[in-house]
Design a protein around this ligand. Structure first.
Ligand code: SAM
Length: 289
């Protein structure tokens, strides 16, 4: 990475004023004001010089400038018009000559389906209220995304990286691990942001699986996962009865998948869930006469 200046508190305040932006909670606007945090994110993300990086929520550009130093190209998706509008000016001012390497897309990251370039990596300080759905949507929509590093609420970071049996293992853990190997990559304090959030943040790194874990319909799989955790304390037989149509049908599918119907969802790995989805989609025994 080239050793260029990054944005500190004074620059962030000035840029916010210039854009006429007052940070809002609704859009999860907490801007990084600490160059060392940006350096740490970039170093942990392992971005290669030839890569195209997707950044969600570039805000005032703290992370974008670091990414422009580390990557070939940055595609930044921002929902807030004044921030999206100002970003190219900020890049031109702090990184003269980077104009051809930055694309700013004014869009909701939850809905974006096309980008000006295929992204290799996702590096983002995600808006906290939509962090998990954004991550899952992007992994699903852009198969070229091979790896990434996202900053989320620390508690969400723990959930994303949890494995079966952990207290915080749940829907985000299983869905993320369907696409990628996920690990927690650090904790970030509150004072590196303006405004400072109440709770600390966590870094989550992921590397996409080269091969899918199983040949199953992803929607069926995610429906099973949603149903299994919607009633966390119930056994799978009971939790999946609505999804399967009845308790007896849920039991039949679970037995066919080789999963004990008396277990709870929190014990199952993503591979177990995939076997249940496959068993549900397979033709019923005897249906071929
Ligand atoms: N990357 C900047 C930084 O680190 O200082 C800002 C991060 S701030 C936590 C989240 C950013 O995401 C804000 O700029 C906010 O406007 C933007 N945002 C919120 N919801 C979004 C969405 N659905 N799609 C795209 N951007 C969104």
């Amino acid at each position: 990475m080239r050793d260029n200046a990054l944005l500190g508190p004074a620059e962030i305040r000035e840029l916010a004023e210039r854009a006429g932006v007052r940070p809002t909670k609704t859009l999860g606007q907490n801007f990084v004001i600490d160059p060392n945090t940006i350096r740490r994110i970039i170093a942990t993300a392992g971005v290669e010089p030839g890569e195209t990086v997707l950044e969600v929520g570039p805000g005032l550009g703290s992370l974008t400038l670091g990414l422009l130093d580390a990557a070939e190209r940055v595609v930044a998706v921002e929902i807030d018009p004044p921030l999206a509008e100002q970003l190219p000016e900020t890049a031109a001012r702090f990184r003269p000559g980077s104009a051809g390497r930055l694309d700013v897309v004014l869009s909701d990251a939850l809905r974006v389906t096309e980008l000006p370039a295929a992204p290799d990596a996702l590096v983002a300080n995600l808006p906290y209220n939509v962090a998990v759905p954004v991550l899952i949507h992007l992994l699903e929509t852009f198969p070229t995304l091979k790896h990434g590093l996202v900053m989320v609420q620390d508690e969400v970071a723990d959930r994303l990286a949890a494995g079966p049996g952990s207290k915080v293992y749940g829907v985000p853990s299983v869905k993320a691990s369907w696409f990628a190997e996920v690990r927690k990559a650090g904790v970030i304090g509150t004072n590196v942001f303006w405004p400072a959030p109440k709770i600390r943040s966590g870094l989550v790194a992921f590397v996409r699986r080269e091969e899918p874990l199983a040949q199953v319909d992803r929607r069926t799989l995610f429906d099973v996962v949603d149903a299994a955790f919607a009633q966390r304390r119930k056994t799978l037989r009971s939790a999946l009865s609505g999804w399967a149509g009845s308790g007896a049908e849920a039991e039949r599918i679970l037995r066919r998948a080789g999963v004990d119907p008396g277990l709870r969802g929190e014990r199952l790995s993503v591979e177990d869930f995939a076997r249940i989805a496959a068993a549900a989609d397979a033709p019923a025994e005897g249906s071929r006469g």
